[in-house]
Design a binder for this molecule. Structure first.
Ligand SMILES: [Zn+2]
Length: 440
């Protein structure tokens, strides 16, 4: 009350003038004073707007993880398309929506009928890396940061593609980074450290995954030949007899889909759309184009005896844009991911037997959407800022969204642990009726 009286005393002249100006003008002056008054009455620590207030807390002792109770799925899915945008939480989704067409724009994930919240911590950290989170999605088990397809005691965990292969489903993995990167690698390899790319590539080529598309040629070529392998193996040469190798987008267009062998697409030396190789970009496919290819291939397999299919698509570089604190980069990669989500959803709407899940492994960059100045919410200018580090930010521990469409989507609501995604995918499929692979 004291504060209000002193406020009135200090501003009496302005208030009198405002009332004498009458109606709208008076209201406007009072409104601006009101905002200032509101801010003045909240206890705000000293410091400039550029400073951040940080609190370092030690968390309570962890409780054991309880798996979310699933709704039994009666109407089973035949196929699953899982899209993972690495580093995407709600602010990445919202930023892309706003930058694309303003607040009333709707992007592909906005059109999903079902959505939920995913908690992302790993076995040994509140802030996960992409290896442990991909392992949670691919095996249903928490593991330590950096590990792929192994538990915290280095024991092999059966992954989703291995599990469904035994029941007659065919799998594809797509990524916009090198294919040996953490997210695709968690579906086709088991290593204690995600950086062991020599081992990862060997295991991925040995796996039953029939279609693997992305970048990463350098991880198939020895160092002495200009590649990045330290084991001197020329894997590109070694897989010539077991795989059809696609090197550019047109190789996908010209592919003979009656070919039932393994396919690996290595469309760039490392990541797709690498800033250092701009001349090559026209030869590289988008996520949506790779997904279309994998869907066409998968349908060939299902019409030739496979029971159904699984395709995982990773928008890998949304994460890198967050690390680099680069909003234009984020927009470009969110657009690529959005187009792939739309392609998946269009396929599923037409097909009616496909579960589509779009989610993320964690948030990267601590992206915020704020008014350009804190006292003016109505300014046309909006401030997008990354808050985990200047120039090279980190992952954060905030939850991420999950969106689902199709048979089995009912289990993707409420709050899920990242391991629950795996169990909800298993529940969506009919694994009981067949015990034999369709690709061996
Ligand atoms: Zn990252």
């Amino acid at each position: 009350m004291k504060k209000i009286i002193s406020f009135l005393r200090q501003n009496i002249l302005v208030i009198v003038i405002s009332f004498s100006l009458g109606g709208f003008a008076g209201y406007k002056v009072l409104e601006s004073l009101g905002i200032a008054f509101l801010i003045n009455s909240i206890p705000i620590p000293e410091g400039s707007i550029a400073d951040k207030d940080a609190f370092l807390e030690t968390l309570p002792e962890g409780k054991p993880l309880v798996q979310k109770e699933l709704i039994p799925v009666e109407n089973k899915a035949k196929n699953i398309i899982l899209l993972i945008s690495d580093g995407m939480s709600l602010t990445q989704v919202s930023s892309y929506r706003l930058l694309k067409g303003g607040p009333n724009e709707r992007i592909a994930v906005d059109t999903f009928p079902v959505s939920g919240i995913v908690l992302t911590h790993s076995q040994d950290a509140i802030v996960t890396d992409s290896a442990s989170s991909a392992t949670a999605f691919s095996t249903g088990k928490k593991t330590n940061n950096g590990a792929l397809g192994l538990d915290q005691d280095n024991q092999i965990l059966e992954n989703f593609t291995e599990k469904i292969d035994k029941h007659g489903y065919v799998s594809s993995l797509i990524s916009t980074s090198e294919i040996t990167h953490a997210t695709p690698a968690a579906y086709a390899s088991h290593v204690d450290l995600r950086w062991k790319t020599d081992e990862i590539s060997l295991q991925m080529m040995d796996s039953d995954v029939m279609t693997i598309l992305g970048g990463g040629r350098h991880f198939f070529i020895p160092e002495e030949m200009g590649g990045k392998r330290s084991d001197e193996v020329n894997l590109l040469e070694e897989i010539e007899s077991s795989h059809t190798i696609l090197m550019k987008k047109s190789d996908m267009d010209n592919f003979d889909h009656s070919n039932k062998g393994k396919v690996v697409g290595l469309f760039a030396d490392e990541a797709l759309r690498d800033a250092e190789t701009p001349d090559n970009h026209s030869l590289e496919p988008t996520s949506s184009e790779m997904l279309e290819f994998a869907l066409k291939r998968s349908e060939q397999f299902t019409s030739n005896g496979c029971k159904g299919f699984f395709v995982m698509v990773e928008g890998s570089q949304v994460d890198w844009a967050g690390h680099a604190n680069n909003l234009d980069y984020l927009k470009r990669e969110m657009q690529d991911f959005d187009e792939a989500v739309k392609t998946a959803l269009d396929f599923a709407k037409n097909n009616q037997e496909t579960l589509v899940i779009a989610t993320a492994d964690h948030e990267t960059g601590g992206l915020l959407i704020e008014p350009a100045t804190p006292t003016n919410y109505t300014s046309p200018e909006v401030k997008f800022s990354f808050n985990t580090g200047i120039g090279y930010g980190s992952h954060t521990g905030v939850p991420v969204p999950v969106y689902a469409y199709g048979p089995g989507s009912e289990n993707f609501t409420g709050t899920l642990d990242n391991t629950d995604i795996y169990y909800a995918m298993v529940e969506a499929l009919d694994l009981a009726s067949r015990d034999e692979s369709c690709v061996n």
